[in-house]
Design a binder for this molecule. Structure first.
Ligand SMILES: C[S@@+](CC[C@H](N)C(=O)[O-])C[C@H]1O[C@@H](n2cnc3c(N)ncnc32)[C@H](O)[C@@H]1O
Length: 210
């Protein structure tokens, strides 16, 4: 009985916290709190967020120039660096310096620092040249950026002609946007649909710059 009470208390607390966080997030999207950085690398998240599998739909290859927008603690940055090889480059961008430091450490530890440039920057004015990137990838980040229109305009500027945008969202994130909402925003911004993988819990979208 004691165990059952504890379990139902835990489940109630978790549900209450999720509902509260979602209510706050839907009112005003915000960057992932720095104190919760550990959640990004939690073993439960890794069960559905294996970096190589998550990046699979985006077709990174030797020499690709990638933008990892909202790189956070760099969970995916290192895998991107592995996939683009020595002739590729990953631009890892985040608005929070503390998370960027963790990402830099992770990439250093993996011996991949030469392939990654770190930028402490917001999404609306990226420190990247026009038409310099093959693909921009936003994992659990699109929903944190309040003005999708400004974001997508800036991505259009930095993407090469025919460049791609990869967006992946997951339900445990309190800002989670359902795929139809994201698809509408990309279509309205003039990007061409390239496909969707996954399911309502965790999905990936691919778009092309015309
Ligand atoms: C939920 S975390 C995801 C991090 C990483 N992509 C991952 O999946 O592990 C979202 C990240 O986007 C960053 N972010 C939020 N708004 C941003 C903005 N306007 N410009 C750049 N980065 C932003 C946050 O600081 C945070 O690190």
């Amino acid at each position: 009985m004691g165990l059952l009470n504890a379990l139902s208390f835990g489940a109630g607390l978790l549900t209450g916290t999720q509902i509260g966080l979602r209510a706050v997030w839907q009112r005003a999207p915000r960057p992932h709190p720095r104190v919760l950085a550990g959640i990004l690398e939690h073993p439960l998240r890794l069960k559905y967020r294996d970096p190589a599998q998550t990046l699979g739909p985006y077709g990174l290859a030797e020499g690709t120039r990638v933008l990892d927008l909202g790189c956070g603690t760099g969970l995916f940055t290192g895998e991107m660096a592995r996939q683009v090889g020595a002739s590729g480059v990953v631009h890892a961008v985040d608005i929070q310096a503390a998370l960027l430091d963790r990402a830099r450490q992770r990439v250093d530890d993996a011996g991949l620092a030469a392939r990654v440039r770190f930028h402490h920057s917001g999404a609306y004015r990226l420190p990247l040249a026009d038409e310099s990137v093959d693909i921009a990838i936003l994992i659990a980040t699109f929903s944190e950026i309040p003005n999708s229109l400004l974001l997508l305009e800036e991505l259009r500027r930095v993407l090469k002609p025919g460049g791609r945008i990869g967006i992946s969202e997951e339900i445990p994130h309190p800002g989670y946007l359902p795929a139809p909402v994201v698809r509408t925003r990309l279509r309205e911004a003039g990007f061409r649909y390239g496909g969707q993988q996954g399911n309502g819990f965790c999905y990936s979208l691919l778009y092309f710059k015309e």
